[in-house]
Design a protein around this ligand. Sequence first.
Ligand code: PMP
Length: 435
Amino acid sequence: MSHVFHRHLKQHYPTAVGGEGPYLIDTDGRRYLDACGGAAVSCLGHSDAEVIEAIREQVGQLAYAHTSFFTTEPMEALADFLVERAPEGLSSVYFVSGGSEAVEAALKLARQYFIERGEPERRHLIARRQSYHGNTLGALATGGNAWRRRQFEPLLVEVSHVSPCYAYRGQAPGETPETYGERLAQELEAEIQRLGPQRVMAFVAEPVVGATLGAVPAVPGYFKRVREICDRHGILLILDEVMCGMGRTGSLFAAEQEGVSPDLVTIAKGLGAGYQPIGATLVSERIRAAIAEGSGFFQHGHTYIGHATACAAALAVQRAIESRDLLPRVRRLGDELQRRLEDRFGEHPHVGDIRGRGLFRGLELVAERADKTPFDPSRKLHADIKRTAMDHGLMCYPMGGTLDGQRGDHILLAPPFILEEYHLDEIVDKLDATL
Ligand code: PMP
């Protein structure tokens, strides 16, 4: 019996012992094509020599220094790298160890910002239904998945949820993407009015929704309208790019493609690409300045924030993405993957929609294509697909949107940026065999 407390206590897992580019290898020597980067993590694939060398060098020089005593060179260099490339207005970076921690830090930065400004009543958060922002208590409260939240209620953060921007199911007959986006903007405005604008702290959303919807970008103009509404009411805009950031959608930050400047941005998965656990919250200058000029102390922290080796690994990953010119490759291979998925599954009776950006693609599964009827959630289709794909040597990321009593089983694809074109065929063939 395993003495590891596995999350799925009734499931058997193969033992991974090696990784080679886009493949993972188990103890029997079986190779699995990693078409989801684990959970959109492994953007450089496995065993990248440059990253391994950077980690080795940093561990040899200085593995760790506690941030209440020192700053370190890799932490400073990584912050410089990110801020130089971040959307306008973001001027500093708070380093943590993963996505949920990044979201927690963003929530507490937002709260402390308003406390420093003498507006402590601004503590209500607005997020979206069918969203996931992490599993720690604040991040769990933020996420709009009733099934995940239910057994832990009452949660610690005051949150209400509005509709996600999900054109495949949300856009009504007769609506254009523009009028649909405008209807969602009105819904947000109405929710702010219902709560009272002076009570609302922030609006949180993923620019391209990952795990819960399956690579769903917003309709054009949606985030610009959200930014306008937030600005009008003095509400902060937090973009969660834990999954869709760091080049996954073809630009370093997904927000770039929306043309908006958020107040806080969370990043994680692709930042360290799995070589070290790391996440970060990018902070706008007005938030940093309010805290710096106020109490001068962010009331939050963990032992491993700004871990020197994790920062060195992430810096090596991000420099590799840049020096190898991988972002144009993400855009090109992403378009090619979309084309091949459409060629193969465009007429499939159980594939209702194929969407995404860059190497972040989703297939929505339906019982009936014509009227988008979802599968019965009790079927737990996602579990079957995951297992069957593994039997075919493919790692993909299926999820049941139906978990929330909402619609939409889907498969998320988020392969490494280093793929060759022939890997796209392997993904499509193995997915076909799985379906
Ligand atoms: N935000 C988003 C959008 C995510 O997809 C995730 C992880 N799936 C998280 C936050 C939480 O990140 P972590 O699992 O690293 O805590």
